[in-house]
Design a protein around this ligand. Structure first.
Ligand SMILES: Nc1ncnc2c1ncn2[C@@H]1O[C@H](COP(=O)(O)OP(=O)(O)OP(=O)(O)O)[C@@H](O)[C@H]1O
Ligand SMILES: [Mg+2]
Length: 214
């Protein structure tokens, strides 16, 4: 359950959402603008908390955890891809992908090798030293995708990842997204307005009146 309060106004957004997603599954979420799709994704991605209800990630109830603990779980478990790429303009492509690398654990060399591998997977090996501005929208989104996967997340959440792209670019991005998440056995949840994208997923969910229907 999620209600936004702005001054005296209350905007009830999520009212009865029940969802279970498994490893290796690709789900799409469709629904009218303002129906609460991004709100849902932010909650699933531990960027926001619901007013009531439960969220379990790998069997662990995470809502009551401290903010620091939730951030830790988010960093190690979840990869986020946004409609507007959110790359840092002053960093090159490789540096952008390396940005979320877990400080603890992985030696830099290994992290770098992983970043280079991911950039090869999204077919941008030739562009490591380029700045985001020197890339097309589809290429920038593929960088954002590599960045979302650098910490080897189990769950990948994408909020209209092709919303700013033409259909050819969009297809290239999605081909990468489906291939990489399937190979890694991830749970993939894609919010989209595009029925063709939704049809590529294992399950289609529809957000309506604060409820999620299969
Ligand atoms: N921070 C906020 N404060 C107040 N209201 C908000 C806030 N964020 C979202 N809302 C409201 O919550 C509702 C759901 O918003 P949300 O962004 O989840 O919709 P959406 O389904 O993702 O829409 P779109 O397809 O346009 O991206 C909308 O009515 C929106 O105005
Ligand atoms: Mg949205």
């Amino acid at each position: 359950m999620k209600t936004y309060r702005v001054g005296a106004y209350e905007v009830p957004v999520l009212q009865g959402v029940k969802l279970e997603a498994f490893a290796g599954e690709a789900l799409s979420v469709m629904g009218a603008s303002g129906s609460g799709k991004s709100t849902l994704l932010n909650i699933l991605g531990l960027l926001d908390v619901p007013d009531a209800g439960q969220l379990k990630i790998q069997g662990e109830g995470v809502i009551r955890f401290s903010k620091a603990r939730r951030t830790q779980i988010r960093r190690s478990t979840i990869g986020f891809i946004f409609q507007a790429y959110h790359l840092l303009p002053e960093l090159n492509i490789l540096e952008n992908v390396l940005l979320p690398l877990r400080a603890a654990g992985l030696p830099f060399r290994e992290g770098r090798a992983r970043a280079e591998h991911l950039l090869e997977e999204v077919r941008l090996s030739e562009r490591l030293k380029h700045r985001p501005m020197e890339l097309s929208g589809g290429e920038q989104q593929r960088v954002a995708m590599a960045r979302s996967l650098i910490n080897q997340p189990d769950i990948v959440l994408a909020d209209e990842p092709t919303g700013n792209l033409d259909s050819v670019m969009g297809e290239q991005v999605l081909e990468c997204l489906f291939r990489l998440t399937r190979d890694a056995g991830n749970t993939l949840i894609v919010v989209t307005h595009n029925a063709e994208i939704a049809a590529l997923c294992d399950r289609l969910l529809r957000m309506e009146d604060g409820r999620l229907e299969s």
